[in-house]
Design a protein. Structure first.
Length: 158
């Protein structure tokens, strides 16, 4: 059996297959939180993409929310939009559903398909920064290209 690609390699390959060119940057410090990532990237917290994994409470369908680093998800509002309440998942479920560890969950390259939604606030920027599969890896991308590549639907999360 061939070796499994590293998480960052899965992100690069998913971006390439989606037709976007990204450069993954390994940072000397962690980019695990939105605040850490903003400092490392020299940008605002609002331009950091938090990739948050939930499950729909009744169906169990996994959901990936791509959220501006400055925003907190209004779970009731999202539930109304999706027609089903969301439940949080723990770190082991995040890894099981995406192939990524918390702190490195990327918007592209999950090991299985996920229903994906992007925070409308991210679409106001010329560029945003997202995790690239590891707690010290990030990439810069135009948010509309990210939305297309991730097949994400825009949604108001706050």
């Amino acid at each position: 059996m061939p070796p499994r690609p590293r998480s960052t390699e899965r992100v690069e390959e998913a971006a390439r297959k989606a037709g976007i060119d990204i450069e993954i940057r390994r940072m000397p410090d962690t980019t695990r939180t939105a605040e850490d990532a903003a400092r490392a990237c020299g940008t605002s917290v609002a331009q950091i993409v938090k990739s948050l994994v939930f499950k729909k409470a009744q169906s169990g369908e996994p959901v990936l929310l791509l959220v501006s680093g400055k925003n907190r998800v209004d779970e009731k509002k999202i539930a109304a939009h999706l027609g089903e309440a969301l439940k949080r998942v723990d770190a082991s479920e995040v890894r099981e559903l995406t192939g990524f560890a918390i702190g490195g969950v990327a918007p592209l390259g999950a090991t299985r398909p996920l229903a994906t939604y992007i925070d409308e606030d991210l679409l106001a920027f010329a560029e945003v920064w997202a995790a690239a599969g590891a707690p010290d890896a990030v990439f810069r991308v135009e948010p509309h290209k990210l939305m297309q590549a991730a097949e994400a639907k825009p949604v108001a999360v706050t």
